[in-house]
Design a protein around this ligand. Sequence first.
Ligand code: SAH
Length: 381
Amino acid sequence: MTPDGKGEANLGQNYDPEARRDTPLALKLKARIQRDGPITVAEYMAACLTDPEHGYYVHRPAIGAAGDFITAPEISQVFGEVIGLSAAVVWQQMRCPAEFRVVELGPGRGTLIADALRASRIVPGFREAVRVVLVETSETLTRVQQLALAGAGVPVRWVAAAGDVRADLPTIVIGNEFIDALPVAQFELGVDGWCERCIGLDAGGRIIFAAPHPLPGGTLPWNAIYPGAKPGMIVERRRQFIADAFAGSERFAAVFLDYGHPQSLAGDTLQAVRNHHYEHPLTSPGEADLSTQVDFAAVAREAKSVGLSTDGPVTQAEFLGSLGIMERASRLMAKNPAKAGAIEMGVARLMSPNGMGSRFKAIGLRSPQLPPLPGFPVVDK
Ligand code: SAH
């Protein structure tokens, strides 16, 4: 079965940490390393996912039964529908601005946003006011999204990077399985301080994790975040992705769903999924999906550092449950008895306590002027 999200491929029988394939990107990276020396893990991840010639997301369909993993919106239409309805509630909490933006980061096949827009038709005024912006790096997926939204009947625009979104309108951001694809830097604590983990070549020219580069000064302010850090410990840090531009906005809200953990944990979580199986992250550069677990505490710290309030994180099951996914699914089943079994199975997969329901978490970010976002408990942090 296609894995539920990137976090759930079955560990293949043939997982081989020594396997290296000479993919076109592997050859390109080897030439680069021979010329310029080792590259950082963040540079490796960025090349594997978004190299303009050979990046994983640049030419591949990636998501769905024909891809390497399947995501929540592809499992059940109810996922996008309840998120669309919750966006309409936030728009109302923003006092129904006549023009506002819904931005989706990494929209995949465009299924979530298409379902969200369809469901929100019942909210008077929402569709007239909404301007959709899709942030997508992949040309292949952009074309799929254009088809998915062809009949949406609202203005849609595409941009290549989150930094291209302006803060001149009230804005609601949605990102499902987006943050995990943003490159992380890995740092390792050596006897003399923190070093950045790098990727180089061994004597035989194979791509390997190389001796880490010492950081100037040797220290980073993480001793407070990871008390008791010992030599050999690896920590991951993602580049800031929430635009500073939104810091001062009075009407900004964002919801991110992803697999990860609520506290900052040490450890190397870089993983590769190809053909529905895990493989070593250095095996197939550009031909496997690379991702890392999301550190939700770090996302919250970043949001707070730009003056935003945060809600959650809560598990995906709690979030979807409190948005009323069960009620919505029951109504859909009553209307489509022939599809009731499939609808029930899809929702069970999203809510599963041993699967996506608990491994995936949701976090909300918002201007402090707004009330807690729908789907999150009302505890102001
Ligand atoms: N949200 C979708 C797809 C998740 S896969 C779903 O739930 O089905 C990750 C998505 O992010 C893909 O659309 C990929 O092309 C896009 N992406 C990955 N890195 C990106 C980047 N740096 N900038 C913009 N989009 C990116």
